[in-house]
Design a binder for this molecule. Structure first.
Ligand code: FAD
Length: 429
């Protein structure tokens, strides 16, 4: 088939690779000048399938309300909220029922485990190197934090995830750079989970897709998707639509606007988050008896603040916050301060956070705000849209990197009319 893909984030790139590997003629249209320039740019990079669970969970609305007055809150509302945000929150609240949560969690985890398997297979087969590290450590600052994670540990047991609840001494052996002066009651260690640079993976997989014949068209915003007679795309500033046998929408948040004229109302909302990324100090500056690098070795999660700390090659990334309302350009300084605080608590002195006097290039730290493309009340949409020729791979919310390789393979099989590698119940419209 001659297939167009809209969007070259991690979902569009993995989809392009799988469809090209199946022998299709693939063209990817991307409005930016490179792959992974939006939400896939600087996420935490964590791949932990046992923790891929719906945010719409029992007790969540009360939890969100209790966070609102806290300085280092993991969830924030930027007022005034739009009508769209309020409607989205209403649907989200309604999905927080236990029965709905359990069904969605089962679908998500099935996809997440398969996705990790597919990611590992592609990594081996194509020899991809994208700043990977193994192991995920969930840090529990107090006994109260330990008590609060217990229901989550039952979820991991039910899902067959390998994990160990360990004490502070064992946690510090796994991550020797952890600050001994910050209180640590214990941790949960997941040896099979880990972290990798999502953007770097996207860049490498784009190269592999191109080697299979896929074409990437950058600076080409798609203005309209149509299905009158055949699947067609109208690129901004062009007058003649381009025809394809099929169009796959992987445009993240922008999918809602592209699908609305076709009569499909997909309630995506931006749930913003932040990351800071900084180079590690060179060994010369930070000799210490504890650990010469004083830096994280892999991925950690500060459970109290819901902030991830990731080792990405010679850099450290700290990511977190869930913010509803506001704009991509409007950075909440309190949320960013929380990231610095968590890094300072656990790995003080590991990263170059200040401007280097000899550097002409300004501060070393990259600040980033990303918009999770979040559906309020369901797992991602993967498969046929119901509109002939138009296919969907969208709404991956907080776990798009962890779900990307599996979602792409599932979609490619569905488009080929082959049985999917996993039960796809829960992902269709
Ligand atoms: C702070 C933060 C931390 C995160 N941490 C993790 C994590 O640890 N693990 C994890 O699995 N996930 C994580 N995520 C979530 C993950 O980053 C997203 O789920 C994922 O990047 C979504 O990918 P996408 O391809 O759907 O969207 P995007 O990456 O946004 O890609 C969509 C693409 O479509 C393009 N596009 C849009 N409209 C058009 C148009 N009209 N024409 C042409 N192109 C168009 C855009 O330019 C963009 O490149 C995190 C997110 C945030 C914000």
């Amino acid at each position: 088939m001659n297939i167009a893909i809209v969007g070259a984030g991690i979902i569009g790139v993995t989809t392009a690779y799988e469809l090209a590997a199946d022998g299709h003629r693939v063209t990817v249209f991307e409005r930016r000048s490179a792959v992974a320039e939006e939400t896939s740019f600087a996420n935490a990079g964590v791949v932990a399938p046992g923790y891929v669970t719906p945010w719409a969970a029992p007790g969540m609305p009360t939890k969100v309300l209790s966070y609102l007055l806290k300085k280092h809150a993991p969830v924030r509302l930027t007022l005034p909220l739009s009508g769209h945000d309020l409607r989205w929150m209403w649907r989200f609240t309604r999905a927080c029922k236990l029965e709905t949560y359990l069904a969605h969690r089962a679908h998500l985890q099935r996809l997440a485990f398969y996705s990790r398997q597919r990611l590992a297979a592609l990594t081996d087969q194509l020899q991809l190197d994208y700043e990977r590290s193994s192991g995920y450590l969930v840090l529990l600052r107090s006994e109260q934090d330990r008590a609060l994670v217990q229901p989550g540990l039952h979820v991991l047991t039910d899902a067959g995830v390998a994990f160990k609840e360990i004490d502070a001494v064992a946690a510090r052996q796994i991550e020797p750079g952890l600050n001994p002066h910050t209180a640590l009651a214990g941790a949960v260690h997941l040896p099979d989970d880990g972290v990798g640079n999502c953007r770097q993976f996207a860049l490498l997989l784009k190269g592999q897709a191109e080697a299979l014949g896929a074409k990437f068209m950058f600076n080409q915003p798609v203005a309209q998707v149509n299905n009158a007679g055949a699947a067609t795309l109208l690129i901004a500033n062009e007058t003649t639509p381009r025809r394809f046998d099929a169009v796959v929408l992987c445009a993240g948040l922008a999918c809602s606007a592209l699908l609305r004229p076709l009569g499909l109302h997909i309630p995506l909302a931006a749930v913003y988050g932040y990351s800071i990324t900084a180079p590690l100090k060179s060994d010369m500056h930070i000799h210490s008896a504890r650990d010469p690098l004083q830096a994280p070795l892999s991925a950690l999660m500060d459970e109290r603040y819901k902030v991830a700390i990731s080792r990405l090659g010679n850099r450290v990334r700290v990511a977190g916050s869930a913010e509803i309302g506001g704009h991509a350009e409007q950075h909440n300084q309190a949320a960013i301060q929380t990231l610095y605080q968590v890094l300072q608590d656990w790995f003080p002195g590991a990263a170059q956070l200040r401007r280097d006097r000899n550097s002409a290039f300004g501060p070393h730290v990259q600040h980033w705000k990303g918009a999770r493309p979040m559906l309020p009340d369901r797992p991602p949409l993967i498969g046929a849209s119901g509109i002939p020729g138009v296919w969907l791979n969208l709404g991956h919310g907080s776990s798009g990197w962890a779900l990307s390789c599996g979602s792409a393979r599932v979609l490619a099989d569905e488009m080929a009319g082959r049985p999917a590698p996993i039960d796809t119940q829960g992902f269709g419209l």
